[in-house]
Design a protein. Structure first.
Length: 158
C-alpha cells in the first residue's frame, strides 16, 4: 500500500488534515501555512509567508510556491464532502500571475454545497464529471496577485 493510499484511507477530520499539511515538508519548505479548514470541508484558508529561503532571484514569491499553496485543497475538500463512494482526482491546473507577490499572501478556497450537489447529480449514472474551480491569491492589501484554476475528475465508484 502506498503512503498516499494509506493517508487517504485514514479518516482525518479538518483539524487533523490542517495539522498534517502544516508538517508536510514541501509546504514547510515553501513557507505555506494552512490557517483553517472548515469542519465540513466547505472552505480552506492558506497563506504563503515570505521568508529568506523562499524568495526568487528578484525578491518575490516563487511562482511554483504560489501554485503549490493551492494544489491539493479542491481535491481534498471534494473528496471529504462526497465521501468514499466517489473517486476524486486532480485532472488539470493552471496559474496566471498578475503581479509580483511579496509579504504574506492568502488563498481562500470554497467548496460550496451547490458544487457537491452538482457532482453527485452529474455522476449518478456512472459518468465522469470534470468541474473547474477558481481561487484568487491576494496580498496583504487584498490585491489579487495570481489566479489559480483547478479541474477535478470525479466519478462514482462502481
Amino acid at each position: 500500500m502506498s503512503a498516499q493510499g494509506f493517508l487517504a484511507r485514514i479518516n482525518f477530520g479538518a483539524t487533523g488534515i490542517r495539522r498534517l499539511m502544516n508538517l508536510w515538508p514541501p509546504f514547510r519548505g515553501a513557507g505555506v501555512h494552512v490557517r483553517e479548514i472548515a469542519p465540513d470541508f466547505s472552505r480552506a484558508s492558506i497563506e504563503l509567508r515570505m521568508r529568506l529561503l523562499n524568495r526568487n532571484y528578484v525578491g518575490t514569491h516563487f511562482g511554483g510556491s504560489l501554485y503549490t499553496m493551492t494544489d491539493p485543497f479542491f481535491m481534498i475538500m471534494m473528496m471529504k464532502r462526497l465521501g468514499s463512494d466517489y473517486i476524486v482526482w486532480d485532472k488539470a491546473g493552471a496559474v496566471r500571475y498578475l503581479r509580483p507577490g511579496r509579504g504574506t499572501v492568502v488563498a481562500n478556497m470554497e467548496m460550496p454545497d451547490a458544487s457537491v450537489d452538482e457532482a453527485r447529480a452529474r455522476t449518478a449514472d456512472g459518468s465522469k464529471f470534470e468541474p473547474t474551480f477558481h481561487v484568487a491569491i491576494k496580498d496583504e492589501a487584498g490585491v489579487t496577485i495570481a489566479e489559480v484554476e483547478k479541474t477535478l475528475y470525479i466519478r462514482r465508484r462502481k
